[in-house]
Design a protein around this ligand. Structure first.
Ligand code: NDP
Length: 327
């Protein structure tokens, strides 16, 4: 009986997506019992929507009864690019509220000792003093383009505090900036900037057509490699003890322009054709830097994979998995 008590069962929702598969990769490829590798007594379970629809309370409960997790990393969400977010605001609001409420409440009922939910820098107010910091989430309305998604995600922080104050639950959240890596969604219409541009550049090379990047290429963003983010979530699960969220990101000095992203993709793909910017297309916000000061202070030093290396690995994955990737 003692052995069962000591067992740590970590349930990862959204476990087959971009971030979930990165956590699986890191846990399995880092040396056992190392800082980020699998530890003795740990069992990691990665579930996707085929294992249960988390919008459904009964499905969610069943999942928790089946696996009896002691820890949860909650990544599952209805996610999408700008266009999809603008078009389906209510669906983004409702589905994500349902998913989050079900996962948090099932975690409470199953007496989960620690739950980490994944938020996004979209939760921050549209008009707020930069850089973005953990304490600024609720200081004003989010950008109107994705207010459904943003409000649903913000409520997780409110719920975490309420579960803590009423029931003493150890529920917290991590806030990543833009993520990229293997297993991303490389759809041409409905993807984030890096996977979308990788796919476009690949097609331009294959078809001998120009590689056209939307906008001026000037906006700046912080990108985090999914394998780095995976390590930060594993660290957060094991070592972070706070209900308040923590921004999981590279530093503000690591902002890159969209042009630098496109240059890196051209290099990684080995594209030598015509390459240009369509300045008639909207640029979006110029920059939205997030501070990782809290992270660096608590983790005590962490070396991120250099951007070009991470991008090369992502492109290699895309090229080797083109037939099965989400395109
Ligand atoms: P993915 O789309 O790759 O993964 C999301 C996963 O959620 C999918 O694998 C999907 O499972 C699962 N899911 C969606 N709806 C349901 C449902 N109703 N029931 C059960 N599972 C469901 O996204 P990411 O890995 O990029 O996102 C992980 C987290 O990171 C999300 O919470 C997202 O909001 C957040 N995030 C992402 C950013 C990014 O740049 N990508 C930036 C900031 C935050 P299946 O595939 O099995 O259908």
């Amino acid at each position: 009986a003692q052995a069962t008590q000591q067992k740590t069962v970590i349930l990862v929702t959204g476990g087959h997506g971009l971030v979930g598969s990165a956590i699986k990769h890191v846990i399995e490829s880092e040396p056992a019992n190392s800082r980020f590798g699998k530890r003795t007594g740990e069992e990691w379970i990665f579930v996707g929507s085929r294992d249960g629809d988390l919008r459904d309370q009964a499905d969610t409960k069943k999942l928790f009864e089946k696996y009896k997790p002691t820890h949860v990393i909650h990544l599952a969400a209805l996610v999408g690019g700008l266009f999809k977010n603008m078009k389906y605001k209510l669906t983004f609001l409702r589905d994500n509220i349902l998913i989050n409420d079900n996962v948090l409440h099932a975690s409470y009922e199953a007496k989960v000792t620690k739950l980490i939910s994944c938020l996004s820098t979209c939760v921050f107010p549209d008009k707020v003093e930069l850089p973005l910091e953990e304490s600024k989430i609720h200081l004003g309305p989010p950008h109107e383009s994705n207010f459904g998604y943003a409000h649903a995600k913000r409520m997780v922080d409110v719920s975490n505090h309420a579960y803590h104050e009423e029931f003493g639950c150890n529920f917290t959240s991590g806030i990543p900036t833009n993520i990229f890596g293997p297993h991303d969604n490389f759809d041409l219409e409905d993807s984030h900037v890096i996977p979308g541009l990788i796919h476009k550049c690949y097609l331009a090379k294959k078809n001998g057509t120009p590689f056209v990047v939307s906008g001026t290429g000037k906006p700046l963003r912080q990108f985090i490699y999914s394998y780095d983010l995976a390590k930060l979530f594993i660290w957060q699960l094991r070592e972070y003890n706070d209900i308040d969220p923590i921004i999981l990101s590279v530093g503000e000095d690591q902002e890159v322009s969209i042009k630098e992203v496109a240059d890196a993709i051209v290099k990684a793909i080995g594209f030598t054709g015509e390459y240009k910017f369509d300045t008639s297309r909207a640029d979006g916000q110029f920059r939205k830097p997030a501070s990782n000061a809290k992270l660096l202070k608590l983790i005590g030093g962490y070396e991120f994979v250099p951007f070009q290396k991470a991008l090369d690995e992502t492109v290699q994955w895309f090229l080797s998995n083109y037939a099965n990737a989400r395109t």
